[in-house]
Design a protein around this ligand. Structure first.
Ligand SMILES: N[C@@H](CCC(=O)N[C@@H](CS)C(=O)NCC(=O)O)C(=O)O
Length: 198
């Protein structure tokens, strides 16, 4: 598997997930400042000209949620996704889609102070998004209870960005404790080292 990435971007999600998976992979760093993401070759991998993206044989995958889901499927032994008939399968999928569909949208609303009726906004409003995540983390330690999954890579990464990096989310106690659990994972630490070395 080939990962196309750049430091200090959402690529860390993909690296963290690959480290959790135990799969072997090669890193291909793109220089975003030099515009390498706009090359003809990379556009054929991700027409959105964004990182991360992966190539696995004939398969190309872009968009973080899709990348996490794909890696989880390719590494069943790592148990990063509940099975098709597992009772938490629906929650798992919901959180994977919630990341881009609701949580990132809530970040944008916070940044831009965009006013939008909560009925029309797919994420409702920022307070609702935060409360739903807060409630889901009450029992812990992970979104699916005792079981760590790709959903934690998605939401854990987002919360870390929102609370620790951009400081646009109120650091509720459940968020703080969850981010600390996520960043204490050996796979996350390895991913950070890989990112820093790059
Ligand atoms: N929806 C995409 C977002 C990816 C994204 O926005 N990547 C940024 C870095 S975090 C990027 O590649 N920016 C370079 C550019 O737009 O030229 C995903 O989830 O993978």
């Amino acid at each position: 598997m080939q990962l196309y990435w750049a430091p200090k971007t959402r690529s860390l999600k993909a690296i963290w997930m690959l480290e959790e998976s135990g799969l072997t992979y090669d890193l291909n760093r793109l220089n975003l400042e030099a515009g390498e993401q706009q090359s003809t070759i990379y556009r054929a991998i991700n027409p959105m000209m964004k990182v991360p993206a992966i190539i696995d044989g004939p398969v190309k995958v872009a968009e973080c949620g899709a990348i996490l889901a794909y890696i989880a499927e390719q590494a069943p032994a790592a148990k990063l996704a509940p099975g098709l008939d597992h009772p938490r399968r629906g929650d798992y999928l919901r959180w994977l889609f919630f990341s881009a569909g609701c949580l990132e949208a809530a970040f944008v609303q916070t940044f831009t102070k965009l006013q939008m009726p909560s009925v029309s906004a797919g994420w409702g409003d920022v307070e609702r998004v935060m409360t739903v995540i807060d409630d889901a983390l009450k029992d812990g330690p992970w979104l699916l209870g005792d079981r760590f999954s790709a959903a934690d890579v998605a939401i854990g990464s987002d919360l870390r960005f929102g609370v620790d990096i951009f400081k646009i989310i109120e650091p509720r106690p459940n968020f703080r404790a969850y981010i600390d659990r996520c960043t204490a994972r050996p796979a996350f630490r390895r991913a950070q080292e890989i990112e820093m070395a790059g």
